[in-house]
Design a protein around this ligand. Structure first.
Ligand SMILES: C[C@@]1(CC(=O)O)C2=NC(=C\c3[nH]c(c(CCC(=O)O)c3CC(=O)O)Cc3[nH]c(c(CC(=O)O)c3CCC(=O)O)/C=C3\N/C(=C\2)[C@@H](CCC(=O)O)[C@]3(C)CC(=O)O)/[C@H]1CCC(=O)O
Ligand SMILES: NC(=O)c1ccc[n+]([C@@H]2O[C@H](COP(=O)([O-])OP(=O)(O)OC[C@H]3O[C@@H](n4cnc5c(N)ncnc54)[C@H](O)[C@@H]3O)[C@@H](O)[C@H]2O)c1
Length: 200
């Protein structure tokens, strides 16, 4: 059973084995979330050229040496046997792994997701149908046509102020609940007001 969680990969060593379409998709997502990415593969599709300065590229066959110090590993080669070897090595060395062609051997799977600043919406079918996850993600994307970045940041800052300055639990909950119904402009006014108060 896959438990949904958010994992911090910023500046952490992530290794992706394989240089095809699937590996490329996984690498792009890890870069979006600030990981320190190494890619090991015999061949690479041309798209890797675009991101070659952002990753470490090792043009070789997989050997355990390349992945041994990783925080996370993704096995996305076209060789089932190699993917299985990677899974086994990760298990023995307690490294979390995602095996692109074998959910049973995977410690984690990747949901289809939307990132609007710090607002992240993820959809998973627990591996039953990645295409359905993608379809639902696209439907949800239409409900979020604009950038949430500024909104979620302002909400975060205003929430911090309420937590810092309001010590009455009941009132604090009331104020926090009010915040999520305000639009960005109202929220910014509220933040300014709370900044000027010593207590709420
Ligand atoms: C969501 C997304 C995230 C991402 O990968 O970034 C993702 N797959 C995506 C696309 C996609 N995957 C596949 C196709 C071709 C159509 C088809 O066959 O259906 C397409 C479409 C395309 O490529 O366009 C085929 C496929 N996928 C897996 C297998 C192996 C297997 O089932 O064992 C096979 C068969 C391989 C074969 O034998 O050929 C396995 C997994 N794919 C997952 C995630 C995990 C479960 C997610 C969930 O449902 O919760 C899981 C279990 C492991 C993992 O990868 O983490 C991303 C959409 C991103 C987006 O656009 O939003
Ligand atoms: N999880 C998913 O979302 C998903 C989606 C589609 C396919 N898949 C599976 O993912 C795998 C990769 O798919 P793809 O379309 O990217 O394949 P691909 O054939 O385009 O790429 C495979 C890559 O693996 C490399 N490779 C093969 N053997 C290797 C080895 N021993 N060491 C290092 N590199 C090696 C090749 O050089 C190539 O770059 C397949 O097993 C496929 O069934 C997974």
């Amino acid at each position: 059973m896959f438990y949904p969680m958010m994992i911090n990969v910023k500046n952490k060593k992530v290794s992706v084995v394989g240089g095809g379409r699937v590996a490329y998709r996984k690498v792009k997502t890890f870069l979006k979330y600030g990981a320190d990415v190494k890619v090991i593969s015999i061949n690479f599709i041309n798209k890797f050229e675009k991101i070659k300065d952002k990753i470490e590229i090792i043009k070789d066959k997989y050997t355990p040496e390349y992945i041994k110090n990783s925080f996370l590993v993704v096995a996305a080669t076209s060789s089932k046997e190699t993917n299985e070897k990677i899974a086994l090595f990760c298990k023995e060395n307690k490294i979390l792994c995602n095996i692109a062609d074998d959910i049973q051997l995977s410690d984690f799977i990747v949901p289809s997701s939307i990132k609007k600043g710090d607002l992240i919406v993820s959809v998973s079918t627990s591996g039953k149908s990645p295409l359905l996850a993608r379809k639902i993600r696209k439907e949800i994307e239409e409900i979020f046509p604009y950038e949430y970045d500024d909104y979620v940041n302002t909400l975060g800052e205003t929430r911090r102020l309420v937590i810092e300055k309001c010590k009455d639990e009941k009132r604090k909950n009331k104020l926090l609940n009010e915040l999520i119904d305000l639009d960005l402009e109202e929220l910014k006014k509220r933040r300014e007001k709370y900044e000027d108060c010593s207590r709420l």
